[in-house]
Design a protein around this ligand. Structure first.
Ligand SMILES: C[S@@+](CC[C@H](N)C(=O)[O-])C[C@H]1O[C@@H](n2cnc3c(N)ncnc32)[C@H](O)[C@@H]1O
Length: 220
């Protein structure tokens, strides 16, 4: 994107997100767009992907970082709010923008081979409970079916973004301080198979233990 357009885009993003937040706070889930540092960290977690699927692309900072970091890797950018989807299509013609619920797009890719990385800004803690539960279920089934797939998710909270079954494992891979508020980046993948010389499923890496106590809601 040429420099003057990029500056205008960067100025527009916070206003666009604020308007969406006033109209639809549960689905939007953030007052400020992801910072460049957070967007870059999310994009670098997708290195090595054959296909990237961005969930909840919003105003596009992560879309832009993904296109910059992984040129030539196909990118599907999924966004539920029509005005954001329209703007994303105009701003990032290199991305395959889908105006659809994340669950629908993830389910449609279930049989697709290759290293598919889902990069998500979905606000699981504020989404309507039914949407959150259905989306989590779809993501877990998608990841469990092939160990090379992973989900990259940021959260402003200290704990894992949502509870998962034992055959999947969260790892917090980074904390980005240059974001308002600071955000943790978490990756979710199928747990290594017991007996394959890797740690036993269910035993978290030191320092990466999500809080999955039964007294927590399913969507923590
Ligand atoms: C935190 S905001 C956007 C963050 C984005 N990185 C930015 O800075 O603009 C989350 C986005 O997820 C979208 N969203 C919410 N639920 C969704 C769903 N079920 N499927 C697809 N997108 C969804 C919202 O419309 C919103 O744009």
């Amino acid at each position: 994107m040429p420099y003057p357009f990029r500056v205008v885009t960067l100025l527009k993003m916070p206003v666009e997100l604020l308007i969406a937040m006033l109209r639809n706070p549960a689905s939007t889930g953030a007052l400020l767009p992801s910072s460049r540092a957070l967007a870059n960290a999310m994009a670098s977690a997708a290195d090595g992907a054959d296909l990237v699927v961005e969930l909840g692309a919003g105003t596009g900072p992560v879309t832009e970082a993904l296109l910059h970091r992984l040129p030539g890797v196909p990118l599907i950018a999924v966004e539920l709010q029509p005005s954001f989807a329209r703007t994303l299509k105009a701003r990032y013609p290199a991305a395959d923008v889908r105006h659809a619920p994340a669950k629908q797009v993830v389910d449609s890719l279930h049989e697709q081979a290759g290293r598919i990385v889902l990069v998500s800004s979905l606000p699981f803690r504020s989404l309507p409970k039914k949407v959150a539960a259905e989306t989590v279920d779809s993501l877990c089934r998608f990841l469990a079916s092939r160990p090379e797939r992973k989900l990259v998710q940021f959260t402003y909270h200290p704990r894992a973004p949502f509870a998962v079954p034992d055959h999947l494992r969260w790892q917090r891979t980074a904390v980005v301080w240059r974001n308002t508020p600071p955000a943790g980046i978490w990756e979710l993948q199928a747990a290594p198979v017991h007996g394959a010389g890797l740690p036993e499923p269910g035993l978290p890496e030191p320092g990466h233990e999500p809080d999955l106590r039964p007294d927590r809601a399913r969507i923590a």
